[in-house]
Design a protein around this ligand. Structure first.
Ligand code: SAH
Length: 204
């Protein structure tokens, strides 16, 4: 997976490659799908949600340029796989997941793997998690029609935010960097995510 799906497609950050080599992706899918866990595709995780394709996890993570000391906010932790990759690469991960059963399932696997630097909150992630703001990096793992304003407010100066923006059917992965003069924006390519449902996302 690391060689064929990540390195061959341009993911270069050695820390990201190592983290994705470390995290056992098969533990984040139900046992019936374990033999497909490292395939080049998203997979169902219940409640009409999916675990993201490995390449998309690599691309989003690399875009945050984590060096180890950061406080990261993740919106839509789903299976917890992306969460574990982040937990390998920064100081603390704060997650907001809308669906309680997915949050509980993710918590159990993350505990089993001893990722103790992760906190998961059940709620509407488009509001962010103001108690722990500001964040050095924010990763939104669901597609939104626009950039949720509260999340921009919770990003530190110099901080980076990645989010799929666009229609329900297709989005562009965007990276924003907060600078003294405002937000800088880059396009990282086309993607397709499930909907970010919430006050500053799609109507529930
Ligand atoms: N990175 C995850 C992908 C999860 S799919 C993984 O690899 O497993 C997107 C997730 O976003 C789903 O779990 C969905 O429940 C969650 N979600 C959607 N809208 C949300 C919101 N407003 N706040 C928090 N989570 C949300």
């Amino acid at each position: 997976m690391v060689q064929e799906q990540l390195m061959n497609r341009g993911i270069k950050d050695p820390r990201v490659l190592q983290a994705m080599g470390n995290v056992p992706r098969d533990l984040f899918v139900e046992s019936a799908l374990a033999d497909r866990a490292y395939d080049d595709e998203p997979l169902p995780i219940g409640d009409k949600q999916t675990i993201s394709q490995p390449y998309m996890v690599g691309l989003m993570t690399e875009a945050l340029e984590l060096r180890g000391g950061e406080k990261v906010l993740e919106i839509g932790s789903g299976s917890g796989y992306q969460t574990a990759v982040l937990a390998e690469l920064c100081l603390n991960v704060f997650c907001v997941e809308k669906i309680r059963s997915l949050a509980a399932q993710a918590r159990a696997v993350l505990d089993k793997l001893k990722y103790y630097n992760v906190a998961i909150h059940v709620g509407d992630g488009t509001l962010g998690w103001s108690d722990h703001a500001p964040f050095d990096a924010i990763l939104i793992a669901a597609g939104s029609p626009s950039l949720p304003e509260p999340l921009v407010g919770q990003l530190s100066l110099g901080g980076k935010l990645v989010i799929p923006l666009g229609s329900e059917k297709s989005q562009i992965l965007k990276r924003y960097r907060r600078t003294p003069s405002g937000l800088e924006e880059d396009n990282l390519g086309d993607c397709r995510f499930v909907k970010l449902l919430g006050r500053y996302g799609w109507p529930a």
